[in-house]
Design a protein around this ligand. Structure first.
Ligand SMILES: Cc1cc2nc3c(=O)[nH]c(=O)nc-3n(C[C@H](O)[C@H](O)[C@H](O)COP(=O)(O)OP(=O)(O)OC[C@H]3O[C@@H](n4cnc5c(N)ncnc54)[C@H](O)[C@@H]3O)c2cc1C
Length: 281
């Protein structure tokens, strides 16, 4: 199908882009991997499309003071191969490498993925497990939202009208941490039916720190804090995995019921915890 008519803009600065979005009729274009299909299906019919590609600096992946800053326009592939990501937050790189196929990873961006907030997107599991922060810019200035508060519902975030995701900030993973992203990919789309991201830090025979992020099971990604607390309290991987998703809403569709998704989340949390522990020093 062909989209409705729209005007196309290529601002050279963030300020110009923000001004173009002021009247509320415009949509940002990043990689176009989600927006263009929606426009072609006429599920989205923006009056104008504001392409961020010409704005300098939005692709940079940098590290400073123990934190990694990933520009919103960094593609999944750039994140997958970035030496900074590999060295400082490898869990995010592992999630990026699991997204779709190489064409999607070459075009799609992290800013577009988090703003779109598909309940089955890969990044959100890693971002909540990494306690990432989403940096937003509007005409009124910048603000930061914790990833666990950013994903509010299916296709719904804490972003307000006129805001642009400019970067994602992640604290460096410690070198001694173990990590793993486990995904059950839908056979047709490649999106996760369920994806689980795990970080663990050992302390002697126990676990000093555990973070578990889950995507695909419900309307938005969440941290399995009950399972994290069990691991930190001395429980084994199987006991902790068995409570993942307890009390959380689930998504059902023709491919997988909500209960099956919860079951998958638990099975794959168990595998991800075990794999992360083998990588922890
Ligand atoms: C065949 C296929 C397979 C895929 N498989 C997977 C998969 O396995 N896992 C997965 O996670 N994803 C998958 N995706 C989705 C892909 O990751 C997209 O890249 C992502 O959802 C959107 O990113 P984008 O840069 O293309 O954004 P766009 O499509 O350009 O934009 C998406 C939405 O976000 C808004 N937006 C974009 N950038 C910003 C910004 N900086 N600030 C504010 N709003 C913004 C746009 O206005 C639009 O509403 C797949 C997509 C396709 C087509």
């Amino acid at each position: 199908m062909i989209s409705n008519a729209f005007s196309y803009h290529t601002p050279e600065t963030l300020e110009e882009a923000l001004a173009m979005l002021e009247d509320g009729g415009g949509k940002i274009l990043a990689g176009g991997m989600s927006l263009i299909p929606l426009m072609k299906l006429r599920l989205a019919s923006p009056e104008s499309v504001v392409d961020l590609r010409r704005i300098p600096g939005l692709k940079a992946i940098t590290e400073e003071g123990g934190a990694v800053r990933i520009g919103a326009m960094a593609t999944h592939h750039e994140i997958e191969i970035s030496p900074v990501i590999r060295g400082k937050c490898p869990l995010l790189g592992e999630a990026a490498s699991a997204i779709g196929d190489i064409q999607v990873r070459n075009m799609g961006t992290i800013g577009g993925s988090v703003a779109h907030a598909d309940p089955a997107a890969d990044y959100p599991a890693a971002l909540v497990a990494l306690e990432a922060r989403i940096r937003l810019r509007s005409a009124n200035g910048e603000r930061t939202v914790e990833a666990s508060e950013f994903f509010v519902d299916a296709f719904t975030t804490a972003m307000e009208a006129g805001e642009i995701v400019v970067a994602i900030e992640v604290k460096e993973e410690e070198a001694s941490e173990g990590f793993k992203y486990e995904k059950v990919a839908h056979p047709a789309s490649g999106f996760p039916v369920v994806g689980v991201a795990v970080r663990v830090k050992k302390s002697g025979a126990g676990i000093a720190m555990a973070r578990i992020g889950v995507t695909g099971m419900g309307p938005h990604a969440f941290r399995a804090r009950n399972a994290e607390a069990l691991l930190e309290g001395g429980a084994g991987a199987a006991a902790a995995a068995a409570v993942v998703g307890e009390g959380e809403e689930t998504n059902s569709d023709l491919y997988a019921s909500g209960e099956y998704r919860r079951h998958l989340a638990r099975v794959h949390a168990g595998r991800a915890i075990a794999a992360a522990l083998t990588r922890a020093l």
